[in-house]
Design a binder for this molecule. Sequence first.
Ligand SMILES: O=C(O)[C@H](O)[C@@H](O)[C@H](O)[C@H](O)COP(=O)(O)O
Length: 247
Amino acid sequence: MSQDACNGRVEILADAEAVAVAAADFLTAQAVAKQGPFVIALSGGSTPKRLYEILASSAYASRFPWDRVQLFFGDERFVPPGDESSNYHMTNLALLSKVPVPSANVHRMPTDGDPADAAARYQRELHTQYGAVTLESGRPLFDVVLLGLGENGHTASLFPRTDILQETQAWVGTCVPDDAPHTRLSLTYPAIASSRFVVFLVAGAGKADVVKAVRGGDTDLPSTHITTDGELIWMLDKAAAGTVSNG
Ligand SMILES: O=C(O)[C@H](O)[C@@H](O)[C@H](O)[C@H](O)COP(=O)(O)O
């Protein structure tokens, strides 16, 4: 299967909490069913944060195969790991500090030195995980890539009008948004596409217009160009879905 942001399946849930619960159920079921390493690219954002808190709760944490999970990040602000705006910091507080995941299985994006060099170092870490430096069709890098959606159409740190959108080879790049703070590191389109599942988690009425535009194929929006070799799922709450329907 191969899907993109326009033709992916839509699941509409009651509210943001229901989106986070549905995502926790989905991740747990996929992780338990998989033999061997289960590789996730985590997202920043408010709905993923709630998802991480739910995964850390005893009902979920006791079922999750923490020893087999490999946790990577989809993007990161180029700030120290303890900074309030760091995705690692948020994920650590909500999840990593509360579950028995081996520290060797947590792959934080480096945010020291030169950003381009840090991106190259993270790419090498992904090469090691994958066991090759070239992506092969039929052998995905990630089991699940979690993504949010910004009101300006960005996802991960693929922001409008930035050079990383043109990247066709590298797996990780840098991004300097003109409409948001911080230099970022982000997975690129080809890295995200090498996945069994891409799951967008989007909640709130403020996202309804951009959800409609991405689903409608607005090519100015970075999220419209997200593809996966596997299956793409939109988990939306009713407010974010607006006029977009299930299916
Ligand atoms: O680090 C981040 O903030 C993200 O990776 C970013 O892409 C986010 O997912 C969207 O901006 C949506 O964020 P919300 O879900 O909080 O609106």
